[in-house]
Design a protein around this ligand. Structure first.
Ligand SMILES: [Zn+2]
Length: 138
């Protein structure tokens, strides 16, 4: 928690806390509002306004006109750090795609169980489905 310079310890989101920790002369400016020196320009009097939106987003505004992006870059953050719970989307197949692969796999398995020879194209597709599902199949 950041209590230096008499700033109120932030009670909000972790991202707000991280932002406030890296700013100078942070002081509380009301409920959920702070002022600090802008790291993106030579700032003697705090001209950076920091606010926490009700949805947990951190709103930053430099009254001297710095871009929020530049302010964030100056303290080693990216824009997405201002958004709580903004996890990177997991890369991978969708549920529907997995279901589709599973169908192909099941068809392939039942085909070979019936002793039916798969066409080379079907066999290749079956092997691809196995690979995508992470299933080993001889
Ligand atoms: Zn600025």
């Amino acid at each position: 928690m950041n209590t230096k310079n008499g700033a109120h310890a932030p009670t909000g989101s972790a991202c707000l806390e991280k932002v406030l920790e890296r700013l100078d002369k942070v002081r509380s400016n009301g409920a959920g509002k702070w002022m600090a020196c802008c790291p993106a320009h030579p700032d003697q009097n705090p001209s950076l306004s920091i606010r926490e939106a009700t949805d947990g987003r951190v709103l930053i505004h430099c009254w001297a006109g710095c871009e929020t992006r530049d302010v964030m870059a100056a303290i080693g953050f990216e824009m997405r750090d201002l958004f709580p719970g903004d996890k990177r989307l997991k890369r991978g197949p969708s549920k529907a795609a997995l279901f589709h692969e599973r169908c192909i796999y099941n068809i392939g398995v039942s085909t070979s169980m019936r002793g039916v020879e798969m066409s080379p194209a079907d066999h290749a597709r079956f092997k691809l489905a196995c690979k995508r599902l992470g299933v080993k199949h001889e």
